[in-house]
Design a protein around this ligand. Structure first.
Ligand code: FAD
Ligand code: FES
Ligand code: MG
Length: 284
């Protein structure tokens, strides 16, 4: 089954979205799940991306990605009609959705993409949804309109004040948790450092908090150990035990250290790709 890109759009400077043909995944996926893709069969690496949305009638899934290195840059260079060689999924455990009452959904940067289907499902389950969506600057802020549509209360922040309130997401989160009617549950998705500090806030107020972890993944089936984290002092694999976890029990410092393990090699691969983008000398 070819995984054709049926539509593609640039959401901002480095953020892209595409609808990709994957009928079986579109029919069975649930909020919180992800796919592992590889762009070709010969030398491509495997990377995980959240299923941001799906249309079972059209047989498509929506991916939203930020160009941060070689593979996401290569994906950004694909066009409508191009194919992704392998799309494996749906992977990971779906988000536990129930009627909690008031929930707060906090997204940072590209984390807003995986957060949106969860916020939507929470709303559909009868929750009152307060959303805090943040980014470093206006250009990196995505899906504001979509969050406005499904949120009872929406707070937008940017680190530099170029849009919305000039603040880190932890500031409004602290205010919300400090209200008399505090949230019954928080969902936080974003860079690990942001999730760590959000968890510090919610812990203080006793608000249970789910985070979705973005560890390095290779096989996505629990065999390679690439996605190992320390949870409540014990090892867990994000691909099969997660990607969502009780954020108050995650060792974020260890996770961040492991995420940076291949930085030099990743940077070198990205530089090489930019140099040989035309592929002269690389293709057989
Ligand atoms: P590189 O330069 O190779 O890497 C940049 C950084 O990305 C690395 O330092 C590392 O922190 C991380 N990374 C590198 N390789 C991998 C890998 N194989 N697996 C995971 N992380 C890696 N990003 C999005 O933009 N949109 C999403 O919807 C999304 N969903 C994700 C869901 C899950 C469950 C996980 C674990 C990650 C998700 N990511 C998402 C992160 C995305 O996988 C990485 O940004 C991507 O792998 C970077 O690849 P690269 O070659 O472009 O960059
Ligand atoms: Fe290999 Fe999780 S990605 S064990
Ligand atoms: Mg890479």
């Amino acid at each position: 089954m070819p995984h054709t890109i049926v539509s593609k759009e640039q959401l901002s400077g480095d953020v892209f979205t595409a609808e990709v043909l994957a009928p079986l995944i579109a029919q069975t996926r649930k909020p919180g799940q992800f796919v592992i893709i590889s762009l070709n069969n010969e030398y491509a690496e495997r990377i995980p991306l959240t299923i941001a949305d799906a249309d079972p009638d059209r047989g498509t899934i929506r991916l939203i990605w930020q160009r941060v290195g070689k593979t996401t840059a290569e994906m950004a260079d694909l066009k409508e009609g191009d194919e992704i060689a392998n799309v494996a999924g749906p992977l990971g455990r779906p988000t536990h959705i129930e009627k909690f009452g008031l929930v707060v959904c906090v997204g940072g940067g590209i984390g807003n993409a995986p957060l949106l289907p969860i916020a939507k499902a929470l709303k559909e389950a009868g929750n009152k949804v307060a959303s805090i969506v943040g980014a470093r600057n206006k250009d990196l802020l995505i899906l504001e309109k979509e969050f406005a549509r499904i949120s009872d209360e929406l707070i937008v922040t940017t680190d530099d004040g170029s849009h919305g309130r000039k603040a880190l997401v932890t500031e409004p989160l602290k205010e919300l948790c400090g209200r008399e009617a505090k949230p019954a549950q928080a969902f936080v998705i974003g860079p690990p450092i942001m999730m760590k500090f959000c968890c510090d806030v919610t812990r203080q107020f006793g608000v249970p908090t789910q985070v979705s972890l973005n560890t390095i993944m290779v096989d996505g089936t629990g065999m390679c150990g690439g996605c190992r984290i320390e949870f409540d002092g014990k090892p867990k694999f994000v691909c099969v035990d997660g990607p969502e976890f009780d954020g108050h029990k995650v060792n974020f410092d260890l996770m961040m250290k492991r995420l940076n393990a291949y930085k030099d090699l990743e940077q070198a691969a990205h530089e090489e790709y930019k140099k040989h983008k035309c592929r002269i000398g690389l293709d057989k």
